[in-house]
Structure formats: C-alpha cells, structure tokens
Design a protein around this ligand. Structure first.
Ligand code: SAH
Length: 222
C-alpha cells in the first residue's frame, strides 16, 4: 500500500531517523545554521521519494527519483541551503526542482521559492509532493532553467541543483547583493561556487567538491 494513503495510526514514524540524520549527517559535519537545521528536521523527506524507497530516505546518500535523476544527499541539501544565508524575507529561484525536496526546505526559510524543472514528469510529481507537504509559498514551472525566470526577477538568491556551467542570465536576474550558488564544472568534477553580485564586481568563493546530475538545455516532455 502506498505509504501516503495509510491511516495515520499505522504509518511508520520517520521522526527518529530524521532526528538521527540531523545529528549524525549535518551537525556532526559542521552544519550550524539553526534555521537550516530546524527546516531539515521538519521537512518529511520520505514523502519526496517513491514509497518503496521511503525506508532509505534518511540515509546518507542521494536516491533515484525516476527519469534518471536523483534527490540530493541530505548533507548537500543542508550545505547548499546554509551557503545561501537566508534570513526569511528573500525571493529565491531554484533551477532543478526534481522531486521538490530542496524546494520544500527552502520554502521554510524564505518568503517565496520559484522553482524550474525541465522534465515534465518530475515537475508534475514535485507539484503533488509539495501539495502533500502543504507548501503555499512555492511557484513551480516546467521549463529550461538556463533561461532563468524573467517574469519574477530580480531574485535575492539563485540555487542550481544540477551540475554544469552558469548561464549569464542568472547573474542578470539577481538583485544587487544577491547570491548565485551552483555546482560548477564538467560532468563528474563539480565544485560548489558562490558568486555575489556587488555594485560593480562579482565576488566568487569555492567550496565542496561534489557530483550532481548534469544541467541540460531545453525541456523534456516526458
Ligand atoms: N533539488 C532536487 C535535485 C534534483 S536533481 C531535489 O531535491 O530532488 C537536479 C534536477 O535538475 C533534475 O531533476 C534535472 O532534470 C533538473 N535540470 C537539469 N537541467 C535543468 C535545466 N536546464 N532547467 C531545469 N531543470 C534542470
């Protein structure tokens, strides 16, 4: 039976594995933004994966979400979110909605999240997942994130959850002082980079080496 359809009293509780995930995978590795930790503790990660994988949702790894894509490892979601330094009033653009998990975490930490996914089937699933997790401050669209989302620009922050090279439009669609965070580089050798759009210059900081699914052009009507 689909876990989401089970009567409340027979549902397995995921509170304990989620608490352990936060302690062992996040706090132990240096995630220390209290708001990020609270968001990671409150978003039910298991509802964003297929019910057959729910028992593995809190493990220290990425998991398949269909269409050859993955939900990022909990640590990577927390790490990237922490690097955005959200205070609560921001409008954030996410490129690569996937199953919507990172979107849900962001939505608890800022005013509004705009998230773009290029694979239609995943876009639809994310919409269902986010409805189930009751996120009202999220706008989703199926499209090519390399184009940004002009209609709602400028953003306080842009986070890219697929690996590749930045589109020029992203910096253009940031507010002054805004940050762009992405796993940059060729396939298999990405590194997190944070660029900040200052008045006349762009500052750049490099962080963790990581591996993400590729950032691809165009829309997939799958
Ligand atoms: N944040 C997601 C991670 C999903 S993996 C989560 O928590 O589940 C990255 C996603 O980026 C994939 O679903 C992939 O289809 C999508 N993607 C890749 N290139 C894209 C593009 N140009 N525009 C929008 N989405 C893209």
């Amino acid at each position: 039976m689909n876990n989401h359809l089970m009567p409340e009293h027979t549902k397995p509780s995921f509170d304990r594995p989620r608490q352990r995930m936060v302690n062992e995978q996040l706090i132990a590795r240096g995630i220390n933004d209290k708001r990020v930790l609270a968001a990671m503790l409150s978003v039910p990660r298991h509802i964003f994966v297929d019910s057959a994988l729910a028992a593995r949702a809190y493990q220290d790894c990425a998991l398949p979400i269909g269409c050859g894509q993955t939900i990022s490892q909990p640590y990577m979601v927390a790490r990237m979110t922490q690097l955005l330094e959200l205070k609560g009033n921001e409008r954030v653009l996410e490129i690569g909605t996937g199953c919507g998990y990172q979107t849900a975490v962001l939505s608890r930490l800022c005013r509004r999240v705009y998230s773009i996914e290029r694979i239609e089937a995943l876009h639809r699933r994310a919409r269902q997942n986010l409805r189930m997790a009751r996120h009202a401050n999220v706008m989703l669209k199926c499209g090519d994130g390399l184009e940004g989302w002009e209609e709602y620009a400028p953003f306080d922050a842009i986070i890219v959850t697929a690996g590749g090279f930045a589109s020029d439009l992203w910096l253009q669609q940031l507010k002054p002082g805004g940050v762009l965070l992405l796993p940059e580089g060729k396939s298999g050798t990405h590194r997190l980079v944070r660029r900040r759009k200052q008045a006349h210059i762009i500052t750049e900081e490099y962080f963790d080496a990581c591996t993400f699914v590729p950032l691809l052009k165009g829309v997939n009507h799958h």
